[in-house]
Design a protein around this ligand. Structure first.
Ligand SMILES: NC(=O)c1ccc[n+]([C@@H]2O[C@H](COP(=O)([O-])OP(=O)(O)OC[C@H]3O[C@@H](n4cnc5c(N)ncnc54)[C@H](OP(=O)(O)O)[C@@H]3O)[C@@H](O)[C@H]2O)c1
Length: 262
């Protein structure tokens, strides 16, 4: 257990998208650090099973809330479920990605991605961020993506939603520093989760990382810097694409790899 981490970001953390992949790992690693948890996603059984496993393994309390973050009532449901507890860390991690030609997707699919990847984090930031300002401590983590560093053909809207998260974290990190709140955008590259399971990314030079490695990077860097990218190869790619290539070339290159995946 990490007392300093618990004092700064405890006693409770709320993790969205906790029913699988990176979100489940956030839940486990935060419980290891001694934080009580509110786990949010749509699949109730997944959340209940994870909550039981965590409570049997770590001395923490876990609440679950099955809620669709694209529905208009989601904030009310979250408020009701957390009104009696003190959330010191928001992990805004739930997200969806559609890959393919922009006009091949129904407009509803794009709007849903914007609702989940942009609107829900914004609504949650306002609600929990204000409470953190009032108590003068806390943390905000956003799971963005390496694709948010540039326009990405065939993942156009997804990359744009992640660019929003990156820019927001950078701005908020400065605004909220004097208020005792740490802000981080985590920018994973390819990670082995349900999100990547249906695509073939074998043409990409970077190999898929495991969610536990990705989350370790986030928790290590929270409070140290506003952006963190997990994995040596991803950091190398970030460095090379920034220093050795134009933004236009970078966009074309990523589009080439993404097109090969679907
Ligand atoms: N995997 C990668 O390569 C990769 C790379 C960069 C960034 N990311 C980002 O990492 C984050 C986590 O993704 P992942 O890779 O762990 O994928 P994942 O296993 O598919 O997890 C996505 C999570 O979001 C939840 N979710 C989806 N729609 C929701 C909704 N309408 N309301 C509430 N929760 C919803 C899912 O739970 P339910 O289905 O139970 O609702 C699930 O827990 C995402 O923001 C993603 O963009 C992933």
């Amino acid at each position: 257990m990490n007392t300093k981490f618990k004092e700064k970001y405890g006693p409770w953390a709320l993790v969205t998208g906790a029913s699988s992949g990176i979100g489940s790992q956030f839940a486990i690693q935060l419980a290891r650090k001694g934080l009580n948890l509110v786990l949010v996603a749509r699949r109730k059984e997944r959340l209940t099973n994870l909550a039981q496993d965590i409570e049997q393994t770590f001395p923490v309390k876990v609440r679950t809330l099955a809620v669709d973050l694209t529905q208009p009532d989601f904030l009310k449901r979250i408020k009701d479920a957390t009104s009696d507890i003190d959330i010191g860390l928001l992990v805004s991690n739930a997200g969806i990605m559609y890959i393919g030609s922009y006009f091949d997707h129904e407009p509803e699919a794009e709007m849903k991605m914007i609702d989940l990847n942009i609107k829900a984090p914004a609504v949650l930031t306002r609600y929990f961020g204000q409470k953190m300002i009032d108590r003068h401590r806390g943390g905000l983590i956003y799971t963005a993506s390496m694709l948010g560093f540039m326009g990405t053909p065939y993942a156009t809207t997804y990359a744009a939603t992640k660019a929003y998260e990156i820019a927001k974290a950078e701005g908020l990190a400065v605004e909220l520093k004097s208020k005792g709140i740490d802000v981080l955008a985590l920018n994973p590259g390819l990670t082995k989760t349900e999100m990547t399971a249906d695509y073939d990314f074998s043409a990409m030079p970077m190999k898929l990382m495991q969610p536990d490695q990705v989350v370790r990077t986030a928790l290590k860097n929270l409070g140290r810097k506003p952006l963190a990218s997990p994995g040596f190869m991803n950091n190398m790619a970030n460095w090379m694409t920034k220093r050795l290539m134009s933004r236009k070339m970078n966009t074309k290159l990523f589009g080439y790899f993404i097109k090969k995946a679907f």
